[in-house]
Design a protein around this ligand. Structure first.
Ligand code: NAD
Ligand code: MN
Length: 490
């Protein structure tokens, strides 16, 4: 045991030398500024206000987008309303054809999309290339398959589309969240007005181009850029029949309040503070990878991130030792480098929020661990961080940090694990690591979390519904469940 321990430590110290492997950006064309995508083409905005979107890894300006005003939003909703008449009556098999076409174009242009997603948002290229873009294409592919089978999806219920959907999305998975919103809406015969997040509008602009390439009928998809104000104009427009929002719990509550009594359908996908629970009989090395993937994937900018690690007390010591060694091997830096594990923090504001939360953890008495890690001089960066000695009452154990920061707590019995896992206002996801199948089922039954992963974490599939309980929102995306918010049933 002692020997293996020493050898592991020695091995971890031998840092592998990696040659730089940056993804090429030659093939990327980013316009100096973008108009709005309304009625099937890029049109000049009424609003004369523009704002920049930067590369958070370099702080360089990439482009400028419009801050759409009320007149722009009205134009987009009217275009969607007009398109609804014919789109909703189009033969479902024809609608499916457009969705299949979009899916194929996403695949064809995957490299371009991945590079733009990484430049605009800071996530490692290996993630945008292997997760964001393929899953976005898969989502369109999946819902294309349902478009002409709605009568089978909801037997004897006569599913009908609702009308114009107003959709507002966040910056952590820009294209993927767009796909989660647009694919089921279109498959069910609705039309959409979507507003991307202000720090990551560029993949949505590329998507507008893909809609044109797919010859999608004008007005079926409309994209208006802007900040929160534009978002609130989209959701409050009287022509919008269905609102879908992903973002912070705070804004989600605001939206729910503002829509009360309007008769609009609403789904909210909000924050999380997931427990990742490791039992003493878990395969330890696999669990370590699952913990790392759970919280350091996408710099921890993940609503379902496993941000609270619950470890059974009997294995806390060896697990933490292994985990700390593993953190030392994570490579932080240029998001375009294919070997990068941890990219840039999405924005200065988000970095400040993470720094503030970490400070509070130290002040409240938690013990901070960060591996030696050189941060680039320009851009927004935060090293992989781990807190031990965490009490359930600390802010870092209660509030969503949305950064690469893990809070470690321990438990003795399964009942205590459940108690602690559920001790949160959120309820989006959870992870259980154990050798025992019966224990997985026992835990899954008792946890108030929309998704429970067993011996894995952060796994997504378009056919599997995703969504939360409590302050994580309501509504499901993915699977048949994801169609339900977009249809009226008899
Ligand atoms: P946010 O809720 O402020 O923004 C999300 C989207 O909503 C953006 O497109 C934004 O422009 C829009 N928006 C903002 N105010 C609005 C309003 N009043 N009406 C309509 N739309 C509005 O989230 P953020 O500022 O991007 O991040 C803040 C926190 O939200 C994060 O730190 C994190 O905790 C959480 N968050 C959660 C998710 C998630 O997937 N659940 C994603 C991003 C952020
Ligand atoms: Mn940006």
């Amino acid at each position: 045991m002692a020997i293996t321990k020493r050898r592991t430590a020695e091995l971890a110290k031998q840092v592998f030398e990696y040659a730089p492997a940056p993804e090429s950006t030659d093939h990327i064309k980013i316009e100096p500024h973008y108009d709005l995508f309304i009625g099937g083409r890029m049109v000049a905005a009424h609003s004369k206000k523009r704002f920049p979107t930067i590369n958070p890894a370099t702080e360089e300006k990439l482009s400028e987008v419009v801050e759409a005003d009320e007149i722009d939003v009205d134009k987009a909703v009217k275009a969607a309303g007009k398109a609804f008449d014919s789109w909703s009556r189009l033969a479902p098999s024809r609608r499916a054809r457009y969705l299949f076409r979009i899916s194929r174009l996403l695949q064809e242009r995957a490299r371009e999309l991945a590079v733009v997603e990484t430049m605009d948002g800071g996530k490692p290229i290996k993630e945008s290339r292997d997760v964001d873009i393929p899953l976005s294409a898969a989502h369109f592919f999946y819902y294309a398959g349902w478009a002409d089978k709605l009568e089978w999806a909801f037997p004897n219920r006569k599913p009908r589309p609702l009308g114009v959907a107003g959709q507002v999305i966040p910056w952590n998975f820009p294209l993927l969240m767009l796909a989660w919103k647009i694919a089921p809406a279109l498959a069910a015969g609705n039309t959409v007005v979507l507003k991307p997040a202000e720090t990551t509008p560029l993949s949505a602009m590329l998507f507008a181009d893909i809609c044109q390439q797919a010859e999608l009928p004008p007005g079926v998809v409309n994209i208006v850029t802007g900040a929160g104000k534009t978002g609130s104009m989209v959701i409050s427009h009287p022509g919008v029949k269905k609102v879908a929002f992903t973002g912070s719990t705070e804004v989600g509550k605001l939206i729910q309040r503002s829509l009360a009594g309007s008769g609009k359908r609403l789904t909210l996908e909000l924050g999380g503070k997931a427990a990742n629970i490791v039992f003493e009989d878990a395969p330890l090395d696999a669990a370590i990878e699952g913990i790392v993937n759970g919280i350091y994937f996408n710099q921890g900018h993940v609503c379902c991130a496993g941000s609270r690690l619950l470890v059974q007390e009997s294995i806390a010591e060896p697990l933490l030792e292994k985990l700390k060694l593993r953190l030392g091997t994570l490579r932080l830096g240029d998001p375009l480098d294919k070997n990068t594990d941890i990219g840039a923090i999405n924005s200065k504001a988000q970095l400040e929020k993470i720094e503030g939360m970490v400070e509070s953890g130290v002040e409240e008495g938690a013990e901070l661990f960060q591996p030696e890690c050189k941060l680039p001089e320009r851009g927004f960066w935060f090293p992989p961080t781990l807190f031990t000695n965490v009490s359930q009452s600390y802010r870092i154990a209660r509030e969503e940090i949305f950064g690469p920061v893990l809070s470690v707590l321990t438990f003795r019995t399964p009942a205590e694990a459940v108690e602690k896992a559920n001790n949160t206002p959120y309820g989006l996801s959870a992870g259980v690591w154990t050798d025992k199948g019966s224990r997985i089922l026992w835990m899954a039954e008792r946890m108030r979390a929309g998704v429970v992963w067993a011996n894995t974490f952060n796994r997504f599939d378009p056919s599997s519904p995703f969504g939360g309980y409590k302050e994580s929102g309501f509504g499901r995306e993915g699977g048949l469940h994801g169609l339900l918010p977009y249809v009226e049933l008899n």
